[in-house]
Design a protein around this ligand. Structure first.
Ligand code: NAD
Length: 253
């Protein structure tokens, strides 16, 4: 798919990677429906893209809520005459060890903290992809693309049971949906970034960041532009589907 022909939905578009993807798509002439729970961030995106070649429409979206997803997809699809590109970017971290023990004191990862991450990072892409592809097939749109934003935490990472499970699940869905939907002309790929400089890292202390960087062979964190290159490759390469591209400076957790 050529970028200028995309009628795209980008989730998590108010900040970080999602915001960059939306800006790049609009600059290339694509139509972009940008969704996020952060309405102020969406207003900033509108400001950044006001002179872009492509149209940008923004609306509040909570990917973990079915009613919000169905309403957003319906309106986006009406605005652009159908959607042929979905970037499932919205994601959250709520880190915590499964069990912590100090002396006689034991702390367990709360169930709500487990569920919150699964709801946004895994149920969100499931609902979005189901609705977007359902609409696309009903409208007879061929050649659609779905890009899921995973993470190298998909292999497991201490303190991230919930996050790692959500991203491993997303990779499994990437493969499953690619196999199920290829006959309809739908390609599904994923990008698994390593440590990327975005507001998601704001809670990481300088000390923790130093130790993270020490584990990255190229000796630095990545930038949103470098993840966009992989997303663009998945959108443009018609022979790519069902796989996860890692963009991580050679790091592994
Ligand atoms: N930054 C990194 O180092 C890194 C590494 C690997 C993977 N990722 C993944 O990249 C994606 C984007 O992360 P980022 O670094 O840009 O983070 P970010 O915090 O800057 O942006 C995430 C966006 O998702 C939005 N969001 C959260 N919950 C939502 C919901 N329920 N519905 C809709 N939007 C919601 C937030 O409001 C925010 O705008 C995430 O899926 C994340 O897991 C990030």
């Amino acid at each position: 798919m050529q970028l200028q022909n995309a009628r795209a939905i980008v989730t998590g578009a108010a900040s970080g990677l999602g915001q960059h993807f939306a800006v790049q798509l609009a600059a290339a002439g694509a139509s972009v429906a940008a969704g996020d729970i952060d309405v102020k961030g969406l207003e900033r995106l509108t400001e950044f893209t006001k002179t872009s070649a492509g149209k940008v429409w923004t609306s509040k979206l909570d990917v973990s809520q079915e009613a919000s997803v169905t309403a957003f997809v319906k309106e986006a699809s009406q605005n652009f005459g159908g959607i042929n590109l979905l970037i499932n970017d919205a994601g959250i971290l709520r880190d915590g060890l499964l069990v912590t023990q100090e002396g006689t004191w034991t702390k367990k990862l709360p169930t709500a903290q487990w569920k919150q991450v699964l709801d946004v990072n895994l149920t969100g892409p499931y609902l979005m992809t189901r609705e977007v592809i359902g609409e696309a097939l009903a409208k007879g749109i061929g050649s659609s693309v779905v890009v899921n934003i995973s993470s190298i935490s998909h292999d497991g990472n201490p303190g991230q049971s919930n996050y790692s499970a959500s991203k491993a699940g997303l990779d499994a869905c990437t493969r499953t949906w690619a196999l199920e939907l290829a006959k309809h002309g739908v390609r599904v790929g994923a990008v698994a970034p390593g440590v990327i400089q975005t507001p998601m890292l704001r809670h990481i202390s300088d000390e923790a960041m130093k130790s993270l960087v020490a584990g990255i062979p190229v000796g630095r964190v990545g930038h949103v532009e470098e993840v966009w290159l992989a997303v663009k490759f998945i959108i443009e390469c018609e022979f790519f589907t069902g796989r996860v591209v890692e963009v991580d400076g050679g790091a592994s957790f």
